[in-house]
Design a protein. Structure first.
Lengths: 316, 377, 377
């Protein structure tokens, strides 16, 4: 496949469940070797989109091509070319590790000549060498997840759909998992991954922000941060967060506020000019500011600001 | 026990039940189904037994005897055949249950006062129906005999006195000997056993299978709270179904209700507690929903159906099985339900049964909470 | 064998046979049910607890009572001289029947008038009551016949020899001793296979849907047929194995004769299991959760069993429901089972039943397969 033709192309895709619009006219493209992140809160429509692309759900409207094939028309032809991993662990807990691998290998009709090599590869990748005969249900979550990934890519698919693959997995395993994904992308695999972890989104080449079934923004993490935030981000640490939040929301030079752990993030038009007046504004009203400094915006800042804008425009 | 936690669990359960509208509808429709199935499908009033006749003589007199069979409401003469092989075929294929064969020398022998044998070939695969059919055939033959002998005695100028014992049967409690009057109060017990255990057996097993139980027990909720919270919604459904059953029985099948409602409600509540906690116990012990449903079938529905005296009389079972029936809660409620419906028994006469149910309720609740503790540790 | 089907089969068998408990689930419950059914299911009535009130106290009344005492059907538990006491015993359930002979009984008989025997029957169990009243009638009839014969013999001994008389010769076929185990055991085989195959099949698919593994399988290139075959073949084999198992229990343990050919039974079993696979698969296409599958399954199995003629004859049901039974595959399979076991009949008689099951199975499987979609909506 040439670098120019998209491995996934989506046009105006819509999915309705009764009155509820789960996915509302989504369009995007993905190229070989690209890691695309679907970012959005729970219920935004990420899983529904991925399920439509795998041919598990029929789109209500719109078109989707995966590996150049119309998914709604020929879901069966698509399936040999894709790998899929759902947010829920969906291998057989009551089968041994090796039995799960062999089962999926057979479903994908992996030729006997390649079988041993693929099985070894999956076991190594998942770090399960030597535990082939363990019952899958007894494995820790991180290992299960890697085993599931292994089973999803047994047949070397050119496109991989991962629906919140790392939910409930510890940070070390998560990092390891992402290394694997980048390895595959480097070999030319297109990866579509949905997540609601903002730190994970930074690993993606390109992000698609989904909110209430619609794409609200897309681009590389860097682009998004630059484009979608018109000002600078300032971090504020103080003693009375609640009061400070109330006060800052009323201040004219503050465009946006959000609570991050034990600090506040503000969006202002220019950090250098706005910081000093804000500090006095707060201290005269009884808030002791312990720290106030400009920071590099995170994706979470972008996301909060975008969804806040959406919410506001929705009300109007 | 904390009220708010209990309330939260019950509310969650209600939401899950309500979300699954179809199951809910089915649960409500279940008593209806069982009532119709048992009310119409199980009938001990054996009537219209299909009969084939093979009259080898074909005389006036043999036809006269056959008319007696035709006139009986217990028999339905389907066909008259002309060869023995046809009789065999009919019995083999199940086209008739009784075949009456009249010998070729029937009127001859009657004239010479030799006893004449009329054969009743009975398909005895179903021994009960066969038994009843034989009884009815005998009655037909006897009434024919009476008529014959009376005529004979009269024609010979003899006394026409017919000394005979007539049986005046007074059937108490169920005057018309209707199967439904007997079945309906029993179906109430069956429905409760099914709702109680079949459904609840899955509620906990499902949470283990889906992994939501770990989440639940990590909160400060106690086992007793989990149990009561999960069972209360099913308890309400069970009571509703019981009322529905009783209503259908009384207004549709016209089964009399002679007892006191308070006694019925009280004992139903007690029995529901027993079956719900039994279902709960099963669901705690079972590993999967499939195992739970199988165990519930064996432990509750089957005994309620077989060993409670619902259809098969307990006093006719082998002694060992009779002993086992004492361990079946449904047995006690079956007695109560029938007594309250048909006999209008007061509470002191069913005290023993109520006591037995109370002991079961206590014991099963205790066992269920203990099993839950054990499973957690 | 195609790679994918083989993989599905291996997977299913591993899951089914992995641990002791699930292995037990396949064969334990059917065997237990077979044993309980075999012993508990009997509609015979013997040793009916009876009370006697004899106000006449004559030779004739004592003679009649001794006949009841000697009969295997009645157990005389109490001889009373107060009618109220009898009522009390019935209320308490200590006796089922009370026989009362009023004074003047012997005198009436002597005068050739009707002499009354009152039977007060607790008919809250209508079946037992019906049968008991039947036996009372039989004994009373024989008594009057005897009395009459003796009278005639005393007054006109020559006359007696000339009285015409018809005698009923009873010929119970297939089950000469009217053994109820012979009747119920083949029927239980049908019931058990029905319940096992329907629930196992329905649960097998729905369980994967509920756990989420079905979704993973659906995104693989496995064909619809490959999946369906992979899911049904194991339960087809297990159903067959179960049939063999419980049939062996029936023959070896209960001593029910096997008079037909194994081939005919095998063909019937295969066709019947196909019908049940179709039903199970159909239920799985309309159920999202195992609870739904179980409740829906119950809605099929319960009426299927009741209307199959398993316990009581179809000919006693209301006519509308008799037509309904033609849609019940179990009805046909029971014909096959009882036909092969007790009647020893072959395909020449049973082909309509086989054809009916074949058609039912084909239609049901087709509907289920068409409904079975490889998608989530």
């Amino acid at each position: 496949m040439s670098n120019q033709s998209p491995s996934v192309a989506v046009q105006e895709l819509v999915k309705r469940f009764g009155d509820f619009v789960a996915v509302d006219r989504i369009s995007f493209e993905a190229r070989p070797g690209e890691v695309i992140g679907f970012l959005g809160p729970n219920g935004a429509g990420k899983s529904t989109t991925i399920r439509m692309l795998c041919g598990l759900l029929r789109p209500t409207e719109g078109k989707a091509w995966v590996a150049g094939i119309d998914v709604a028309r020929e879901p069966e032809r698509v399936r040999q070319r894709i790998g899929y991993m759902s947010q829920k662990f969906s291998l057989y807990n009551d089968l041994r590790v090796i039995e799960n691998i062999q089962f999926f290998a057979a479903l994908y009709r992996i030729p006997a000549s390649q079988l041993r090599e693929r099985v070894t590869w999956v076991l190594e990748m998942a770090g399960l060498t030597g535990r082939e005969s363990a019952l899958t249900g007894t494995l820790p979550a991180g290992w299960k997840q890697r085993l599931a990934l292994g089973c999803a890519v047994l047949h070397r698919p050119s496109i991989l759909f991962l629906d919140e693959p790392t939910s409930g997995v510890d940070p070390v395993s998560r990092r390891h998992f992402w290394e694997l994904i980048h390895q595959m992308a480097a070999e030319g695999v297109t990866v579509l991954v949905s997540t609601h972890y903002m730190d994970e989104a930074e690993y993606c080449h390109r992000l698609v922000l989904i909110f209430q079934g619609r794409i609200v923004a897309s681009g590389s993490p860097l682009e998004l941060k630059r484009r979608e935030l018109s000002g600078d981000v300032v971090l504020v640490e103080c003693d009375n967060l609640g009061l400070a939040l109330d006060l800052l929301q009323k201040h004219p030079s503050v465009q946006d506020t959000a609570v991050f752990a034990n600090a506040l993030h503000l969006v202002v038009s220019e950090a250098a000019a706005d910081m000093a007046p804000l500090r006095t504004y707060l201290s005269t009203r009884g808030v002791v500011v312990t720290k106030m400094e400009p920071i590099r915006p995170t994706l979470e800042d972008v996301f909060v600001s975008l969804t806040a804008n959406q919410g506001r425009s929705g009300k109007e | 026990m904390r009220w708010h936690r209990l309330n939260a669990i019950a509310r969650k359960e209600v939401i899950q039940i309500r979300r699954d509208i179809r199951s809910l509808l089915l649960i409500v429709a279940m008593p209806l189904l069982l009532m119709v199935a048992f009310g119409y499908g199980v009938s001990f009033d054996i009537k219209h037994i299909p009969v084939f006749v093979y009259d080898r003589e074909g005389s006036q007199q043999s036809q006269d005897l056959l008319k007696h069979f035709q006139a009986s409401e217990y028999f339905r003469v389907v066909q008259s055949v002309t060869s023995y092989s046809e009789v065999v075929e009919a019995l083999d294929a199940g086209w008739c249950r009784v075949a009456v064969v009249i010998p070729s020398d029937f009127s001859e022998k009657l004239k010479t006062a030799e006893p004449v044998g009329v054969q009743a070939l009975v398909d005895a695969t179903d021994n009960n129906t066969a038994n009843v059919s034989v009884g009815y055939s005998e009655a037909v033959i006897q009434s024919y005999n009476r008529k014959l002998q009376l005529e004979w005695l009269q024609s010979h100028g003899q006394i026409t006195l017919q000394p005979a014992v007539s049986v005046d049967a007074r059937t108490w409690f169920n005057e018309d000997l209707e199967s439904t009057a007997n079945i309906v109060p029993g179906v109430v017990a069956i429905v409760m056993a099914v709702i109680g255990s079949f459904l609840t057996s899955l509620t906990i097993a499902r949470e283990w299978e889906r992994g939501t139980m770990e989440q639940l027990v990590s909160t400060p909720v106690t086992p007793l709270e989990v149990m009561i919270g999960k069972l209360v919604p099913y308890f309400v459904i069970g009571l509703f179904d019981t009322a529905l059953c009783a209503g259908i029985g009384i207004w549709w099948f016209h089964v009399p209700f002679r007892g006191q409602w308070s006694v019925f409600v009280f004992s139903s509540t007690l029995f529901l507690t027993v079956v719900l906690s039994l279902g709960y116990l099963i669901s705690v012990v079972a590993k999967s929903q499939l195992a739970a449903s199988q165990a519930a079938l064996i432990a509750t529905f089957l005994p309620a159906f077989l060993l409670s005296g619902f259809i098969y009389p307990i006093d006719q079972m082998p002694a060992v099985i009779q002993l086992i029936t004492h361990l079946i809660p449904a047995r006690y409620f079956m007695t109560i339900s029938r007594d309250v419906f048909l006999k209008g028994t007061s509470i002191d006469l069913i005290f023993d049964e109520l006591l037995a149910l109370a002991i079961f309720a206590f014991l099963l609740t205790f066992l269920a909470t203990r099993a839950f503790h054990k499973k957690l540790s | 064998m195609p790679v994918r089907i083989r993989a599905m089969l291996i997977k299913e068998f591993i899951q089914v046979f992995r641990d002791k408990r699930s292995r037990f689930l396949l064969f334990g419950p059917p065997v237990i049910q077979m044993l309980v059914f075999g012993y508990a299911a009997t509609l015979e009535i013997r040793h009916v607890p009876t009370a006697i009130i004899d106000f006449d106290n004559s030779q004739a009344s004592r003679d009649l009572i001794s006949r009841f005492a000697a009969s295997p059907y009645f157990d005389v538990r109490a001889r009373l001289n107060d009618r109220r006491q009898a009522g009390d015993l019935i209320d308490r359930g200590e006796v089922i029947i009370a026989l009362q002979i009023n004074s003047g009984f012997a005198q009436n008989l002597y005068k050739g008038q009707l002499a009354h025997l009152q039977a007060i029957v607790d008919s809250s169990n209508s079946n037992s009551a019906l049968i008991a009243v039947g036996y009372v009638n039989q004994i009373a009839n024989r008594f009057s016949e005897n009395y009459k014969t003796e009278r005639v013999q005393r007054t006109a001994p020559l006359m007696l020899a000339q009285l015409p008389r018809v005698v009923l010769e009873r010929r119970p076929w297939y089950n000469t001793d009217l053994d109820s185990q012979w009747f119920f055991v083949p029927g239980v085989i049908g019931n058990l296979v029905l319940v096992m195959v329907v629930t196992l099949t329905a649960f097998a698919v729905v369980r994967e849907r509920e756990i989420g593994t079905l979704e993973q399988i659906m995104v693989t290139p496995i064909g619809r047929w490959e999946f369906i075959l992979g899911k049904t073949v194991p339960f087809f084999l297990i159903g067959l194995l179960d049939t063999v198992f419980i049939s062996l229990v029936g023959t070896l343990w209960f001593g029910v004769p096997f008079r037909g050919s194994i081939g005919v039974l095998a063909l019937g079993a295969v066709l019947f299991i196909l019908c049940m696979l179709g039903i199970g698969l159909f239920i799985s296409t309309i159920s999202a959760t195992q609870q739904q599958a179980m409740v829906s399954g119950f809605f099929f199995t319960m009426p299927a069993i009741v209307f199959s003629g398993f316990g009581t004859p179809i000919s006693s049901m209301p006519e509308v429901f008799q037509w309904f039974t033609y849609l019940d595959p179990l009805r046909y399979f029971l014909d096959v089972l009882r036909g092969v076991y007790l009647k020893g009949i072959g395909l020449d008689v049973l082909w309509p039943q086989m054809a009916a099951m074949g058609v039912f199975g084909f239609v049901m499987l087709t509907i289920s397969v068409v409904r079975f979609q490889k998608s989530l909506d």
